[in-house]
Design a protein around this ligand. Structure first.
Ligand code: FES
Length: 502
């Protein structure tokens, strides 16, 4: 296919791309981070850019390069990188990076003050090659795609770090180290390792430790002076993200019976009992709770409805920023579902009820294939959206039950429940429990831990023993492989319905 030249105006920087390249990807290749909160589905309108000769702004996520293009660089779509207050040219800095299947989070860490500063959060640019690890592994069977997946994430992380350092007035080559976390597939793709063994029987991870690596192995030459690391992984499906959470929990509440769940596209769970035995498993939740398989879902960006409350006059929406809403986040989806279930608008099986007493401002609507509710302007919540949340819920509930069973733990024995994940931080716990994502654990104290994957990477930047502790805890852990357990499919199906209301 003939190539086309993309030129950035006014810098004049230009590069040639194969015809058909999506403009968003081409911009990313050229070091321009574009805001893509809806994952490139064309619903949020946040990726608009001006192209010379076009009468109106275009969506970078929906525009393909069918000719040479000159893009006017303005603040509309490009990620504005704020200066990080609290760090400066004298700071001794490291970087902590959590590579989620859907979302990537980056912190800069002041090594002397042992303080972490959030630097950026962006959609994993590998997203268009599939929502989950299995799709990415399948896509990577093509060598060119495997190389591209690695390059996409390395470039995105490098650009993000360069922008954060530059915005904070810190010259390049200033990072002492960088520590990565993420699931096993994400780390393998980052380091250019073959992901095929992760996706076929016996699903083994040929490499489980990633310490003392050259910065260039993650595309960070010129940015990091020392060596770089990633937290250890347990197996093909139990990644550094869970091992990181496990290490933090073991340090904090060793000796108690703990149930931990990390909510993400890949749900990861462990049970740590009072004798220090550790059982871990993972399940495919899909990215619904991160807003990605929801018709009008988006990440927490300007215009996102982040929470929905039941007010006296109907539903009240909390939104980020001013103006018209552009979509809903996973936290708002949980709120909405719980409200609709309690009002009987959605039945426990997940179907919309034919009897309709809709709270204001909701109204009946249809998408192409099924019933839907209109929330605001064009924003709709569809029957398919409900089903996608149900799949996530069934996965976590069935996996939780099997994990507790394998650990020989009765639900009432659990003393602490920790909910982790960037999403979990902002979740309404009562509504999450109302929807039945996990079993009833009546004697447990619930806490949100936030993004433990990122926190563990941050801690590894300052604590020289952290990576060794993580590897030791990993070696004590037993993996529960759900696909090898009899009856898991049946348990999954049984877990699809929502619990009936009180
Ligand atoms: S990312 Fe392009 S419209 Fe949302």
């Amino acid at each position: 296919m003939a190539g086309h030249v993309l030129t950035l105006v006014p810098s004049g920087l230009s590069r040639s791309f194969p015809g058909g390249t999506v403009l968003w990807e081409a911009l990313l290749d050229m070091g321009v981070q574009v805001r893509t909160p809806c994952g490139g589905r064309g619903t949020c309108g946040r990726c608009r850019v001006s192209v010379e000769g076009m009468p109106a702004e275009v969506l970078a996520c929906r525009t393909v390069m069918d000719r040479d293009m000159r893009v006017l660089m303005g603040p509309t779509a490009t990620q504005e990188t704020p200066a990080i207050l609290g760090i400066g040219p004298q700071s001794r800095l490291a970087a902590a990076i959590d590579i989620g299947t859907t979302t990537v989070k980056v912190s800069l860490v002041d090594v002397e003050k042992e303080q972490a500063f959030p630097a950026a959060s962006f959609l994993n640019p590998q997203h268009r090659y599939g929502h989950d690890v299995i799709s990415r592994i399948a896509a990577a069977a093509e060598p060119a795609v495997h190389a591209r997946l690695g390059r996409l994430i390395r470039d995105a992380v490098r650009i993000c770090l360069e922008n954060s350092l530059a915005a904070s007035g810190i010259p390049g080559h200033r990072l002492e180290t960088a520590v990565f976390s993420g699931n096993t597939t994400m780390l393998f793709l980052l380091f250019g390792l073959d992901v095929a063994p992760l996706g076929r029987y016996p699903y083994s991870a040929p490499v489980r430790d990633f310490t003392g690596l050259e910065p260039g192995s993650a595309g960070l030459s010129g940015l990091v002076r020392g060596s770089i690391h990633a937290l250890p992984v347990l197996s093909a499906f139990i990644g550094a993200d869970l091992v990181g959470g496990l290490t933090l929990c073991d340090k904090a509440v060793g000796g108690k019976t703990v149930f931990f769940i990390d909510l993400g596209t890949n749900g990861e769970l462990f049970c740590l009992d009072s004798r220090g035995r550790i059982f871990a498993t993972s399940c495919a939740m899909g990215p619904a709770l991160e807003g990605m398989t929801i018709s009008w879902g988006m990440t927490a960006d300007t215009g996102a409805i982040t929470h929905i409350r039941q007010g006296t006059e109907g539903l009240a929406f909390d939104m980020l920023g001013a103006g018209e809403p552009a979509g809903i986040t996973g936290t708002a989806v949980i709120d909405l579902l719980a409200i609709l279930l309690d009002r009987g608008v959605i039945l426990p099986g997940g179907a919309f009820s034919p009897a309709t007493d809709l709270p204001s401002p909701l109204s009946q609507d249809h998408d192409d294939r099924s019933r839907a509710l209109r929330l605001w302007g064009p924003i709709r919540f569809t029957q398919t959206d409900v089903r996608n949340v149900q799949l996530a819920k069934a996965a976590t509930l069935a996996a939780s039950r099997f994990l507790l069973d394998a650990a020989g733990c009765r639900p009432e024995e659990i003393e602490h429940v920790f909910i982790a994940g960037a999403f979990g931080e902002h979740l309404d716990l009562d509504r999450f429990r109302r929807l039945g994502f996990i079993p009833t654990l009546g004697n447990a104290r619930f806490s949100f831990l936030g993004n433990t994957s990122l926190k563990a990477a941050e801690q590894a930047c300052t604590d020289p023993d952290f990576l060794d502790s993580a590897a030791a805890i990993r070696d004590r852990s037993e993996e529960i492989v759900l696909s090898e357990r009899q009856g898991f499919q049946e348990a999954f199906i049984q877990a699809i319905a929502f619990p009936p209301g009180d």
